[in-house]
Design a protein around this ligand. Structure first.
Ligand SMILES: Nc1ncnc2c1ncn2[C@@H]1O[C@H](COP(=O)(O)OP(=O)(O)O)[C@@H](O)[C@H]1O
Ligand SMILES: [Mg+2]
Length: 312
């Protein structure tokens, strides 16, 4: 039988006087899964997570973590949960080894020097463990935050935007770490506004927009349900290209100067290629690619998202 580590039913949160931060959402997370709340800034991700962390009270609805009502008896499960808060910053003047030691004491966990070294090794900070935290890079600070969130060997880990603002290399490093954490059996609730991150890491994704979950499923389910499977890209043909293509009755959209022609059924591919090749267009390149969550998001919300901000 599948075990649900988190169950959320009709959850709503209103901040006075009239901000509906969460407007009646439901989802559940099975043990061992990575589940992502994906959405732009202000979608309601942190509010949802903080209710599940026992830090905020819902306006209405039910939230259960490990089968415990989080608004009633959070104390009984707190020790099984790890938390990396949004915008986590370590104490500047503690070294990673000292920070882990301090955190362990706060949580009443006895950690030997060997345990501490092991934890720092897991998150990839072994070589930086004796440096003041203020000297660490953004990615290293987040890794330290994750080490601290793992201090009580949690069965469930909340990571609220763990990679926001990091450079691509640091983000990929953290992705690997999150995969390793899942590999050890930990259930992870991740929030992110990076579509590629949600696609790469999640078993299940809930796309949040204005306090609602507008779509839910595995990345590939979402792509096949809300996207077309393949897109033909006409690079660099711009709005003129779009006019030419749509004038011939082919459905297409323009994104950043490229024209995208979605192909629902692979058997249509030959006909579409033939039609497209007959049009005189100054194409830089023409190729096909699989759709991604980015396409799903664009078709559901109607605009692209950059660093969590919806484009006009
Ligand atoms: N403490 C608060 N008081 C009032 N409004 C808040 C508070 N926290 C968040 N909000 C509002 O609730 C909405 C959802 O915010 P949040 O949960 O932080 O979204 P996200 O994490 O997806 O960016 C936003 O409109 C935000 O301005
Ligand atoms: Mg947030």
């Amino acid at each position: 039988m599948v075990e649900r580590v988190i169950e959320v039913e009709d959850l709503a949160k209103r901040y006075p006087p009239d901000t509906m931060a969460i407007d009646g959402i439901s989802f559940s997370i099975e043990r061992g899964r990575v589940f992502s709340l994906l959405g732009p800034n202000g979608a309601g991700k942190t509010t949802t997570v903080e209710i599940l962390e026992g830090l905020r009270t819902p306006t209405s609805g039910r939230t259960r973590v490990f089968d415990v009502d989080t608004s009633k008896d959070y104390a009984s499960i707190r020790g099984r949960v790890g938390i990396l808060p949004q915008n986590f910053e370590p104490f500047d003047n503690l070294k990673p080894v000292e920070a882990v030691e301090y955190w362990a004491k706060l949580f009443d966990k006895r950690k030997t020097r060997k345990d501490i070294n092991e934890m720092l090794d897991i998150v990839g900070l072994s070589e930086r463990k004796n440096l003041l935290a203020k000297k660490l890079s953004g990615g290293e600070k987040r890794k330290l935050g994750i080490a601290l969130s793992l201090i009580n060997d949690p069965e469930l880990l909340f990571l609220d935007e763990p990679t926001t603002g990091l450079d691509p290399k640091a983000r990929r490093d953290l992705w690997k770490l999150i995969e390793e954490i899942q590999g050890r059996g930990t259930t992870v609730l991740l929030t992110t506004h990076y579509l590629d991150e949600a696609e790469k890491l999640s078993d299940d994704v809930a796309i949040m927009h204005r306090g609602n979950i507008i779509a839910r499923g595995s990345p590939s389910e979402l792509i096949s349900r809300f996207g077309k499977t393949t897109v033909v890209v006409l690079e660099g043909v711009g709005t003129d290209g779009l006019t030419e293509v749509t004038r011939r009755g082919i459905e297409a959209t323009e994104v950043d100067g490229d024209v995208m022609v979605p192909v629902a059924n692979p058997s249509e591919m030959r006909t579409i290629f033939a039609k497209l090749s007959s049009i005189e267009l100054p194409v830089k390149d023409m190729y096909t690619r699989r759709q991604t969550l980015e396409d799903v998001f664009l078709s559901l919300v109607g605009t692209k998202m950059d660093e969590g901000v919806l484009e006009e």
